[in-house]
Design a protein around this ligand. Structure first.
Ligand code: GCU
Length: 358
């Protein structure tokens, strides 16, 4: 047993496989895992809208010195007789027949920002679809704002979606739109990506939407890619106290009652297997806990094996900063520095995806 296997064993995490012996059976098991996660952590994933219409507004085809076309988009929905909309943006490079693409769940909005280096992304031949998360629903306990008003009826019931599930739902609607662009987008190579709370959101999106081939979590930490058992930094108790509205009421109730959960974050990640899960950490981000993120991903190797795929390939030790492990179907990367979604992070994710596409 190598050191990584030993460290995983010591965490005593429940296994999502639990006796399942084939990929077919694990596909069935996924339905149970989804139900568990919905009922006990993030809340029920809202269904498809009755009607969605995407308005392509202003088109700017001189973006980045003419290398790409930018469109302002408005997603409009009808649900149970109510209508709602949120703005989004696409930037599609001109120099490629079909581009791989990112659906980026954005903190800040605008055509580029500190976490979203749009020009660098399109220069490398990737298309970018982004929306600002608070345009979908506010990041607070108010379930009357934005789409939450229509998706979460009256009082929040035990399994009602928290805000993370609602942002994930919006990312899936953006994916619905991307699917209509088969002439310019390589639909087999689409990634969902988010940082921190939106990294948790990206993991939930990928777990429920198999159209995403790459699921990228940057510094997602607690309730994201990091194992809860023996985690350092933020734990379920703290996140549920400070951000109860990210989750379903049942999660907050169980956490407050110190219930031993029948899952750990490996259950969430297992739903994206056998697709490419890419986890990025930062050395100084102890709050998120890089080692717990790494071990969670490494623990999924037996799940990948069911599909005859390689999970994370590593040398049996917890990786040091400046390491990229990308030979397997899952990838892990840790850089020096603190909690942030940097240019270097984006470039590393693009390197990893390019190598998988080859
Ligand atoms: C807080 C929270 C984290 C979250 C982060 C963020 O620090 O405790 O869980 O990931 O905010 O989204 O920036």
């Amino acid at each position: 047993m190598n050191n990584v296997e030993k460290l995983i064993n010591e965490r005593n995490i429940p296994s999502p496989i639990d006796g399942v012996k084939s990929a077919n059976d694990f596909e069935k098991k996924k339905e149970k895992i989804k139900k568990l996660i919905c009922e006990r952590q993030f809340g029920e994933m809202p269904g498809n809208p009755d009607h969605m219409f995407v308005k392509e507004g202003e088109i700017y085809d001189r973006f980045a010195a003419g290398k790409a076309t930018k469109r302002n988009l408005t997603f409009k929905f009808e649900m149970d007789g109510n209508s709602f909309s949120f703005p989004a943006m696409s930037v599609i490079p001109k120099n490629k027949k079909k581009c791989p693409a990112f659906v980026y769940i954005d903190f800040d909005g605008g055509e580029a920002n500190k976490y979203m280096p749009t020009e660098e992304i399109v220069e490398r031949g990737f298309a970018l679809f982004s929306f600002k998360y608070t345009d979908v629903t506010s990041d607070d306990n108010d379930f009357k704002k934005g789409v939450a008003k229509y998706l979460v009826k009256s009082r929040r019931k035990n399994n009602a979606p928290g805000k993370i599930a609602i942002w994930a739902w919006a990312a899936m609607r953006v994916m619905d739109y991307v699917q209509t662009l088969a002439d310019v987008i390589d639909l087999d190579n689409i990634a969902v990506i988010g940082h921190s709370r939106l990294g948790k959101t990206a993991l939930l999106t990928g777990a429920f939407d198999t159209r995403f081939k790459y699921i990228i979590s940057n510094d997602s930490g607690c309730c994201g890619a990091a194992l809860e058992r023996d985690k350092v930094g933020e734990r379920y108790a703290r996140i549920s106290e400070v951000f109860p509205y990210w989750f379903c009421p049942a999660f907050n109730r169980d956490v407050a009652a110190k219930v031993e959960m029948s899952f750990d974050q490996n259950f969430l990640l297992s739903l994206s297997v056998p697709r490419h899960i890419i986890i990025g950490s930062a050395e100084d981000d102890i709050w998120a806990d890089p080692t717990s993120e790494f071990l969670c991903l490494a623990s999924l190797s037996p799940v990948y094996s069911l599909y005859k795929k390689h999970g994370l390939i590593h040398n049996g030790e917890v990786p040091k900063p400046k390491t990229v492990l990308s030979d397997g179907d899952a990838a892990y990367y840790i850089r020096e520095g603190s909690h942030y979604l940097s240019r270097h992070d984006w470039n590393t994710y693009m390197d990893i995806i390019e190598n998988k596409i080859k």
